[in-house]
Write a protein that binds this ligand. Sequence first.
Ligand code: PMP
Length: 438
Amino acid sequence: MTGTTLDDYTDRYARRVRGMTASEIRALFAVASRPEVVSLAGGAPYIAALPLDAVGEMLAKLGAEQGTTTLQYGIGQGTLDLRERICEVMALSGIDAGCGASPEDVVVTVGGQQALDLVARLFLDPGDVVLAEGPTYVGALGVFQAAQAQVVHVPMDDDGLVPEALEATIAAVARSGRRAKFLYTIPTYQNPAGVTLTDERRERVLDICERAGLLVVEDDPYGQLGFDGDAPAPLRARRRHGVFYLSTFSKTFAPGLRVGWILAPHAVRDKLVIANEAQVLCPSTFAQAAVSTYLATMPWREQLKIYREVYRERRDALLDALADLMPEGTTWTEPQGGLFVWATLPDGLDAKAMMPRAIAARVAYVPGTGFYADGSGRASMRLNYSFPAPDRIREGVRRLATVLEQEMAMRRVFGAVGGTGAGRRGRPGADAPGPDLA
Ligand code: PMP
């Protein structure tokens, strides 16, 4: 190849690459990370809440004293030591030996993100359908899109996924002659909606999936970050068959280490390990040793409490500021854990179109469209409260409220300037299409 034009490359892309685009979040990061901008757009944990001196000392020792193993290759499934400790962590959420959880069936991954990718590789052929909440985690959309799968969203309300809508969606997919391979769900402190699937609905969702022969991929990075009491037991604590449980140390310890895991049904564990070896040979031995040692020697349960306290205070700061400052007609979810609030704007406003004006007013958020595969979500936005300090959160909402007032005044003067004018208000997925595949 002699030329260096873009076309020389784009003509050769694999089909799965053609639809790949940067997520809205990524495109925003460059501007949102300027110091004068209050960013409610990210999803970063507040790492300064860690005892960084002690963690640094632990990491130095791991290299100096155990470097011959911690800096060596490891095995594709992940170290037994870490897998045993992961079982201790899961037991805290009720996933224990009693429901068949065992270190044998844990596969360590490079963060929760690679866990998703492995499951997609194992099950998705091009054209397969994946059911997912609407809205859903943007990184999961990227994985499913790269697998050339079609995501069909299932609406939520304040109690999480709506079981009747799930049933209707499964039926609609079947009528279209296709087969949904699995339900991808974040039942607890959902990203981005901040809602939690109720106890009663968990049983119904599991029953519906079981009857329809649908696997369940339960993504649970936030389950141990509840502020107002414990979350309902994970789906995997209720059913040992048909549920893949994915989690990560990114939010409970540190995302920079990139350590996550899958608790897989025993029958597919080997295939996952083979797929993991094909992708990364083995997850980082050093990062695994760091997490193992952290769990063995440092007060990690206390650290969870610290994170919860910090985030509860920030969640309260965001909810108070929204209640005090947002114009009438704006609605939002009230998360009991996790990192995100989902806000829906007054009728006719468009969070995506408004973004440049918000950045000019020095506040950033993620427009709701980033969390749908089908272009829905224009009336909504995701707001993060884990990273900015409470006074910055309030200032961010003050700026956002000013932008909204201006948008509403413009609409009054010039009429509608785009936007969907969502009909049903105040809940995630309110402007998502129903179970129809169109
Ligand atoms: N799943 C969900 C729902 C998430 O919110 C995230 C991270 N924001 C991930 C998976 C990926 O986690 P990790 O950073 O461990 O790759």
